[in-house]
Design a protein around this ligand. Structure first.
Ligand code: UDP
Ligand code: MG
Length: 315
């Protein structure tokens, strides 16, 4: 079985040499044990780095032409796009791909277990963090809130799983059918179906260099995740509109009641009624328009309606 380890890299000159060495060691060991073929490769995808990351990748390719290859994107397209590019090009030669971050915060010693699960029939194996003690309190809590929120909004993502996962060729072929541009892989992969497995590991600290996901980028990524997986926020506007409209009916009854009790300044009842009623109707209309926009949004993604895993006796 040929394995590809896909590593997106953005300004990773500090960690790249050590990452390459560790991954090569892992491939060597697995190949020696006969788990994977000797043609297995590490695929570094340079996501438009501004430092000498690409030069380092070129050198690594020259030193290890059999086991290292490199892809350079024309500019910084973001982690998810770099990852997708790596997966789609690797499936041409590999039977399975494992994606991992360049800083090796994810434990490469579970790769063996992932491959075992894959051999036992799991087309997708998620690497899941058993503990996040090494992450900062801030990152842990924000991540936790994000998982909770996205579940509430009806999207299916795996708790404490980032982009450390194994995907078989069929799963990557299926992934290719998802043509959307707002890519949030950890939301799309569970949609693919197939038998899946989980390998647990402890996440380490970054070896060197800085996180390429500062808070602003993380927030953008979280919003991307929510808006690309769920149109429920639009539904919430509609619901709010309905609620306020119903409240406006109560307010109308109340102000008419006050009006007849002569307990009001002149003009109060009509102004209050119209504010509530018109406000509710405006929100409701925005929500209804939004419902259609949501439908258009989902249609424009042109996601596949089904994915065939196997066929028998079909001509
Ligand atoms: N990365 C990328 N493009 C970007 C930002 C990040 O390819 O625009 C890569 C980065 O090189 C690393 C992975 O995405 O391999 C995850 O980044 P990082 O480890 O900095 O994120 P964190 O672990 O702090 O969430
Ligand atoms: Mg990291």
């Amino acid at each position: 079985m040929v394995l590809a380890i896909v590593v997106p890299c953005y300004n990773e000159k500090e960690v790249l040499p050590s990452t390459a060495e560790q991954l090569l060691g892992a491939i060597q060991r697995l190949a020696d044990n006969g788990v994977i073929s000797k043609e297995s490769k590490i695929v570094f995808v340079d996501d438009g780095s501004k430092d000498c990351t690409w030069e380092l990748i070129e050198n690594l390719c020259k030193e290890n032409p059999a086991n290292i290859s490199g892809i350079k994107l024309s500019g910084n397209r973001g982690h998810q796009n770099a990852l997708l590019c790596g997966l789609l090009s690797s499936k041409e030669f590999a039977d399975a791909c494992i994606s991992i971050d360049a800083d090796l915060q994810d434990d490469i010693s579970v790769i063996g277990e992932m491959l075992k699960l894959h051999a036992s029939g799991c087309e997708i194996v998620y690497g899941v963090r058993s503990k996040r003690t090494k992450d900062s309190f801030f990152k842990r809590t924000t991540a936790h809130c994000f998982y909770k929120l996205i579940h509430m909004l009806g999207a299916n993502i795996i708790y404490n799983h980032a982009d450390f996962r194994l995907m078989g060729k069929s799963a990557i072929n299926a992934l290719e059918d998802y043509k959307e541009v707002n890519l949030f892989l950890r939301g799309i992969v569970p949609m693919l179906g197939y038998k899946t497995g989980i390998a647990y590991y402890e996440r380490k600290e970054r070896m060197a260099g800085e996180s390429k996901y500062p808070f602003a980028k993380m927030l953008k990524f979280a919003l991307e995740g929510i808006t690309s997986l769920s149109t429920k926020p639009i539904r919430m506007v509609t619901m709010l509109g309905i609620a306020i409209f119903i409240m406006s009916l109560a307010m109308i009854a109340y102000s008419v009641f006050q009006f007849f009790r002569n307990d009001t300044t002149s003009g109060w009842a009509s102004i209050i009624c119209s504010i509530w009623c018109v406000g509710g109707l405006i929100l409701l209309s925005i929500g209804i328009v939004g419902e259609y926009i949501g439908k258009i949004y989902l249609e424009t993604k042109q996601r596949p309606r089904f994915i065939v895993e196997k066929k028998e006796n079909c001509r």
